[in-house]
Design a protein around this ligand. Structure first.
Ligand code: F6R
Length: 364
């Protein structure tokens, strides 16, 4: 049932504050300032390396998680898309934890990678939205997202719920490995608990984003730029736009622009810059200025401070709430989802059932 919404995708985008809260409920003890995960059958303190495997949007959640596992738990992380992971010869040593991320829990390449890792003696953790799925059944550590059924082919609410679970898991691993103080853990719990309100604040920009959709809908190519954990958001923004509006889009690490893709820039190319203010901001803004100097039409997604500093060079800005860096990936997912959604609606494509795509990819 779409309720008041025109499409399931729109409904699912707007459900995010509620489903992220409901997902986090199972992982946070706000009164104790602790994360609380299901107890695995193995000792997390012994995890020496994490290997993350997933496809599509779930893979982008994994890219964000890599920052968190490295930063908080200081554990080396390897990450790959499932269809590549399977056909190389990854080195999987004792003490390795293999982490699979999937909305459906049935994606054929991810499931095959899981079975390979089990055969190679890895412990298996899964972040999955369908609790009865194959991946859920085959896990040593099951970390459910509680997003509810996702009907739109383009993944939205499952993605932000995956991020929420992965952040809690990173904190749990950090604690188990003795890399996080009680005070730091309390901070993480508090920031995650702020995510639903921040998601609501991001959703409040829906109409404004709808108004700027025509700017992007006429384009043949669109670039998305981000740095650090916003780089996966650039990849996600580009994927959403491609799959539902059929406009060619690419996500790039902002600093890579000058190594090739800047040759694409002219005044017909909208460039979506995802740059919350913070330690990486100045660098990304200087990449943005390189784009502006070549006539690129910039849409800057940032917070009030970032927009005040750099908004002048942009044809449009989208102001996100001021929020802690930990939850920025969840919050900044919203404007890129909404932009893709409104561009697709403006183009009249079939938003919930884009051509050539299936919700669950069970062939390899
Ligand atoms: C993009 C999208 C796909 C899926 C991918 C993995 O919007 O929905 O890229 O993310 O097919 O699917 P799951 O998460 O079910 O393994």
């Amino acid at each position: 049932d779409k309720g008041n919404h025109r499409h399931f995708m729109q409904k699912e985008i707007f459900e995010q504050p509620v489903v992220v809260a409901q997902t986090l409920q199972a992982y946070l003890k706000p009164l104790d300032g602790k994360v609380a995960l299901p107890i695995p059958e193995f000792d997390l303190a012994e995890v020496k390396r994490v290997t993350i495997v997933a496809c599509g949007t779930s893979y982008y959640a994994g890219l964000v998680a890599k920052y968190w596992f490295e930063k908080f738990a200081r554990v080396p992380v390897d990450i790959d898309v499932a269809s590549e992971f399977r056909y190389r010869e990854p080195v999987l040593e004792p003490g390795g934890l293999a982490l699979f991320i999937s909305q459906s829990g049935e994606t054929a390449d991810t499931l095959a990678a899981l079975r390979h890792c089990r055969a190679e003696g890895q412990k298996i953790a899964v972040v999955v939205n369908v609790p009865t799925s194959s991946m859920a059944r085959e896990a040593d550590l099951l970390l459910p997202t509680n997003a509810g059924p996702e009907i739109g082919v383009a993944s939205t609410k499952a993605f932000t719920c995956q991020l929420a679970v992965l952040a809690a898991f990173a904190a749990n691993l950090a604690r188990a490995k003795g890399k996080m103080t009680a005070e730091e853990e309390r901070g993480i719990v508090q920031h995650l608990a702020e995510a639903p309100a921040a998601l609501n604040a991001a959703l409040a920009h829906d109409e404004e984003i709808e108004k700027m959709a025509p700017l992007v809908a006429v384009a043949r190519d669109v670039l998305y730029l981000g740095r650090g954990p916003d780089y996966p958001m650039a990849l996600e923004g580009a994927l959403k736009l491609k799959e539902i509006s059929y406009i060619h889009a690419e996500g790039y690490a902002a600093g890579e622009m000058k190594h090739g893709p800047i040759a694409l820039i002219d005044d017909s190319v909208p460039v979506i810059v995802i740059a919350p203010s913070g330690p990486l901001f100045e660098k990304t803004v200087s990449n943005m200025q390189e784009v502006a100097a070549r006539g690129g039409r910039i849409v800057l997604i940032s917070d009030a401070v970032g927009i005040a500093k750099a908004g002048d060079g942009a044809v449009a800005t989208i102001e996100m709430p001021d929020c802690h860096p930990l939850i920025q990936p969840l919050v900044y997912a919203v404007p890129v989802q909404l932009l893709a959604y409104h561009v697709a609606v403006a183009k009249g494509t079939d938003v919930d059932q884009p051509r050539n795509l299936a919700k669950s990819v069970t062939v390899e």
